[in-house]
Design a protein around this ligand. Structure first.
Ligand code: NAD
Ligand code: ZN
Length: 366
């Protein structure tokens, strides 16, 4: 299966196939300059997926140097960026070398940013190993590290040369991380594809239980949706790409409330955020209550939090709205929000009255 991201001279293909990692030597050979790759990964990937990649590269006669970083969000830091760029320069990286990012969104975001600045830009290939990175972060060219002032504030738009997705890498992913990534899969159905949401309702359980066909189908549908949206609005200027943030304004407030800790993973916050966005839309009379109920039910059935209490949040509407205002452009007590007229009918509402959001969240708190 192959999906193309159409971006003129920055276009690239996303290859999706179970077992692709074991054929990486053959599939990635066109990107190996001087017969070598530099692979960057994190320590949790080493026992599971790194061996598969290295074995395949060796069999294809491709040499590889490997840089292993610590796992976790704190790796997206200036300190690790410096460590990584120093290591890559020590390997003698040249502009036509290809760096392989093998890992989740943390490795993908950090390596992409490092590639964008090394020698003013060298090639990189994404080999995502979490469901979140396979359906979302490896596609679209957003790269970043975090700073004291917040997440993803230092970065660049920098597209990979290729994305190689092997759904079997998910076999070793902790179930909680898998479910968190599944939230972003549901998101594509809710944005503009009601049929895909119905597919999720019918097949999400199979996907979570490990069914390879369900996983490959969901990844392909997700990546097609993301590629289409990124192709229309690479730099989030027309508002089209902003649709990918469905559930993220509410979700971000929940993440901020938990201090961006392991108490609530990003995907879990987004799941609750999407359920809140649909119930908020229903409370405003924009969306049928029946659709909001379906969204809530499917998120809960997937083992994801669909309510504030399921997300472990006991904050007031006022406190949560304060988190939303912290990092957004406000216009006279009003904030742009993604709302829905129904499943598959998400749209950007430029001005939402924050007093209404506060009252809604207080009512949700019960
Ligand atoms: P992650 O990279 O931290 O991976 C989650 C955990 O799973 C880590 O401990 C990792 O070591 C481990 N892991 C990864 N693959 C594994 C495997 N196959 N088997 C066993 N363990 C494995 O987290 P994530 O959820 O993939 O990504 C989150 C990051 O992505 C955040 O920093 C977020 O900001 C970023 N993100 C970026 C974009 C974008 O467009 N660039 C979009 C969404 C999210
Ligand atoms: Zn997200």
């Amino acid at each position: 299966m192959s999906v193309r991201v159409e971006l003129g001279d920055r276009s690239y293909d996303i290859a999706i196939a179970p077992g692709a990692l074991d054929r990486a030597g053959e599939l990635l050979a066109p990107y190996a300059a001087r017969g070598r790759f530099i692979v960057v990964t994190d320590k949790n990937i080493v026992p599971n997926q790194l061996y598969r990649l290295e074995t395949s590269l060796t069999a294809a006669g491709i040499a590889s140097a490997v840089e292993v970083l610590p796992a976790g969000e704190s790796t997206k830091s200036w300190k690790m960026l410096e460590r990584l760029t120093d290591a890559l320069l020590a390997y003698g990286v040249e502009r036509n070398d290809t760096i392989i990012a093998l890992g989740g969104g943390v490795i993908g975001d950090l390596v992409g940013f490092a590639a964008s600045i090394l020698k003013r830009g060298c090639r990189f290939v994404q080999v995502p190993t979490t469901l979140l990175s396979q359906v979302d972060s490896s596609v679209g060219g957003k790269t970043a590290i975090n700073s004291k002032a917040g997440k993803n504030l230092i970065g660049a738009f920098y597209q990979p040369a290729h994305v190689l997705i092997d759904p079997t890498t998910l076999d070793t992913l902790p179930p909680r991380e898998l479910r968190a990534g599944y939230a972003e899969v549901i998101k594509y159905g809710l944005i503009d594809d009601a049929d895909f949401f119905a597919w999720c309702e019918a097949n999400g359980g199979r996907l979570l239980a490990g069914d390879p066909d369900a996983r490959t189908h969901a990844i392909t549908k997700s990546v097609e949706a993301k590629a289409r949206i990124v192709g229309q609005d690479e730099r989030e200027t027309s508002g089209r790409r902003a649709l990918l943030n469905l559930g993220h304004t509410f979700g971000h407030a929940l993440e901020a409330e938990t201090g961006f800790s392991d108490r609530l993973l990003h995907g879990e916050a987004v799941a609750a955020g999407m359920a809140l966005a649909f119930r908020f839309s229903a409370s405003l009379g924009l969306c049928p209550q029946e659709d909001a109920d379906r969204v809530t039910a499917h998120i809960a059935a997937a083992g994801l939090p669909a309510t504030l209490s399921a997300a472990g949040i006991d904050a007031t509407g006022k406190a949560l709205v304060a988190h939303m205002m912290h990092d957004k452009k406000m216009e006279g007590g009003q904030l742009p929000f993604l709302l829905a007229r129904g499943i598959g009918q998400t749209y950007l509402e430029k001005k939402v009255d924050l007093a209404k959001v506060e009252a809604f969240l207080d009512a949700e708190r019960g």
